[in-house]
Write a protein that binds this ligand. Sequence first.
Ligand code: NAD
Length: 479
Amino acid sequence: MTVLRKNLIDGEWLGEAGSPNINPSNTNDVVGEYASAGPEEAKQAIAAAKAAFPAWSRSGPLARHAVLKKTSDEIMARKDEIGRSLAREEGKTLAEGVGETIRAAQLFDFFAGETLRLSGEMVPSVRPSVGVEMTREGVGVVGIITPWNFPIAIPAWKIAPALAYGNTIVFKPAELVPESAWTIVDILHRAELPKGVLNLVMGKGSVVGQAMLDSPDVNAISFTGSVGTGKRVAAASVEHMRKFQLEMGGKNPLVVLDDADLAVAVDCAVNGAYFSTGQRCTASSRLIVTEAIHDRFVDAIKERLDKLVIGDALDAKTQIGPVVDQTQLKQDEDYIAVGRQEGAELAFGGDRLERETPGFYLQPALFVGSTNAMRISREEIFGPVANVIRVNDYDEALAVANDTPFGLTSGICTTSLKHATHFKRNSEAGMVMVNLPTAGVDFHVPFGGRKGSSYGPREQGRYAMEFYTTVKTAYTFAG
Ligand code: NAD
């Protein structure tokens, strides 16, 4: 029997029969049934968050610390069970699901600590006997809208700082991954968050998400998802003069120079381009490779891809799980067709795979002979598809790496200190990796990009404070 998961509005679990959530490794497996909120429920959730803000924002660090620490401890204690459930609904492997769950626990732990470290500044005024204090306060009701590809880590890295700095929340997760969202909200609710502080509204983006965008009572929106939706969030937020933060797509370059350690470069490329089924905003989708190492690099990648185990996400032997759903699979296959039409050579993979259970299995695809002008080089595919662009030297590699509308992550594989240092300084990306995959970041430092990838203050680490607080400057004349 499938369980009905409800929405959390003003401390009550509400909602009638909703939509089923399907396991992408086995489409006969229904993960659960999830209530689907409408515009009215979204409005109730926003009103509840607004009413809860004054008390929560003045609750003091210990109350917030207690909730966040308790949440972190429970997530960590249940990491295997939650990680498995995540892998079941999203299709990433068990190891990736458990790793992401641990990441969520670490994020709650980090921001539990931040509640006790919030500080301000005090300076003398230019006027005699006047003191000036600069303090930070919560922004108000924060709308949190998340994508499906990191079903627990992305909600965690938004919810934890929002609560730590005294905001109240309306949380709208992606339609494809409601179980992970529900689980994190259930844990926070049982950690004794006051009613109305955190509200969960599962449902369609065009309905629930749009109701959040249209509400004058949502004071800030933190959004992660596609560029198209991000632009809607931006336009609606400007209309309401609200704060907003966007984390969107990527077309991240991994540069491989002739002097690279081949084994390191191949590890970086295979991990960065194909792990998590290539469904990471930080995926290395453009492999920019210099002449002398090109053929050895391509041969070595093909050899590695041939050995990868692609299968059911819940099988411990699986290294690459299925694509998340039929729509994404079609998008991946369409781009593979586009690459061929554009004249790139499909050097490996790209075919649908049959497994014991019906699922969205796709063989990782590698293009060679591609140029940076092709659509497969310019548009985010968001699947296990990467293309190699051959270049003459470091200067050309850097120019090609930066020639993109995106700017989330970038990477270089080289043993040259000179080139690594130059690349770190001149790469037009928010996060730069040397001899590391472009995907895979720490939880205690800023995350975010440039150009079409991101807008607004960085997420994570102490930098998260910039978005989730507003500065107050207070003057006192002591007489
Ligand atoms: P999406 O834009 O389709 O959906 C993201 C969220 O927006 C979902 O919750 C969706 O329901 C909601 N939404 C849709 N229409 C809306 C509307 N009109 N109003 C308000 N909300 C609405 O993105 P997706 O397919 O879930 O995620 C994939 C994208 O996310 C990729 O482009 C990927 O690069 C990006 N992503 C970026 C980062 C990052 O940090 N830069 C991280 C992960 C994913």
